[in-house]
Write a protein of this length. Structure first.
Length: 142
């Protein structure tokens, strides 16, 4: 998965997580992280970077239809993370025999999530690298 796509996906997760935390649908970042199988340090980091950490809890009965919908949507986005984890895209690195590597790309360590949750490559092909490594002659699109 390209860095840009991975970053977009990660930004969507972050936005949804912060929305739910702000409305106090989850009391603590850790509660949310556990519920959706996200790395604890990542969700804590997202929440730490929120400027206004005052929560605005709203009772279910007082939710506007728009808010209820936004909450459902945010839950769906975060639930999709389980699926993303399970069905990661293939690495696609060129092998010596001319084929492409079919192993799943790596889920980055928490400290690497600023580059996107999913790496571009599998474990064998540099997916664990801390920095983005891209050869100039490598085609951008697969
Ligand atoms: Zn590979």
């Amino acid at each position: 998965m390209r860095v840009e796509e991975s970053r977009e996906l990660t930004a969507r997760l972050e936005k949804a997580a912060i929305y739910l935390l702000k409305l106090d649908r989850y009391r603590k970042p850790d509660d949310l992280a556990r519920r959706f199988g996200l790395p604890l340090p990542v969700v804590r980091y997202w929440w730490r970077n929120v400027e206004d950490q005052n929560k605005k809890p709203i009772a279910d009965s007082e939710l506007s239809p728009k808010q209820a919908k936004a909450i459902r949507k945010a839950n769906q986005v975060l639930e999709s993370w389980e699926k993303v984890k399970r069905y990661r895209p293939a690495c696609g690195a060129k092998l010596a025999n001319g084929r492409k590597c079919k192993h799943s790309v790596v889920i980055r360590q928490p400290e690497g999530w600023s580059m996107g949750a999913l790496a571009e490559r599998c474990r064998m092909h540099g997916g664990m690298a801390r920095r983005v490594i891209r050869k100039k002659d490598e085609p951008e699109e697969e």
